[in-house]
Design a protein around this ligand. Structure first.
Ligand SMILES: [Zn+2]
Length: 177
């Protein structure tokens, strides 16, 4: 005789708890799916509040732990944040400016790391491979903002005046270069 796992030995209360749990899991997964970048537990709480279903941060951490264990979500260690699991990617590149996380596949490095502890008596529990830097969009935005003062001579003069301790007012206005 086959036991039906979905109904065997469950009281009404635990069914309710399970239903609430799956609603919260689905809500947090949908928030992570639509986010353009990695989200912290507090970012997720802000979004659940905006959707009218505020969840306590401690509960969000419990849900995230469960989703990480089931392989649906990846924790980004460098950002203390979370993204939808990038399937088939064992490494992440994270942009420190926009918090976007891009999955990378580095099988050779992963096995080299695993081999490095063989015979050492060390027990590996987790392997995390992450790189941080800037994505092409953020790099372009940074370069544009560095170039910007030269298009605004007034702002540049004010900055120079501040640096030399002189009054910015009464400075001559430069015409366009
Ligand atoms: Zn970026």
């Amino acid at each position: 005789m086959r036991m039906d796992k979905t109904s065997a030995g469950t009281a009404g209360g635990s069914n309710l708890a399970r239903r609430r749990r799956s609603v919260q899991d689905d809500l947090i997964l949908s928030i992570l799916h639509t986010a353009p970048h990695a989200l912290s537990a507090y970012d997720i709480q802000d979004r659940t509040t905006a959707k009218g279903g505020r969840i306590a941060v401690a509960q969000i951490y419990r849900v995230l732990d469960r989703l990480v264990r089931s392989g649906q979500v990846r924790r980004v260690e460098l950002l203390s944040a979370y993204v939808i699991e990038p399937e088939g990617k064992n490494a992440l590149f994270v942009c420190t400016r926009c918090r976007k996380a891009i999955g990378l596949s580095v099988e050779a490095l992963a096995s080299q790391l695993a081999d490095a502890v063989v015979g050492s008596g060390l027990t590996v529990e987790r392997q995390v491979i992450e790189l941080s830097g800037q994505c092409p969009q953020c790099l372009a935005a940074e370069q544009a903002s560095k170039a910007a003062p030269f298009r605004q001579p007034g702002a540049l003069l004010a900055e120079r005046a501040r640096q030399t301790g002189r009054r910015a007012s009464g400075m001559p206005t430069l015409s366009s270069p």
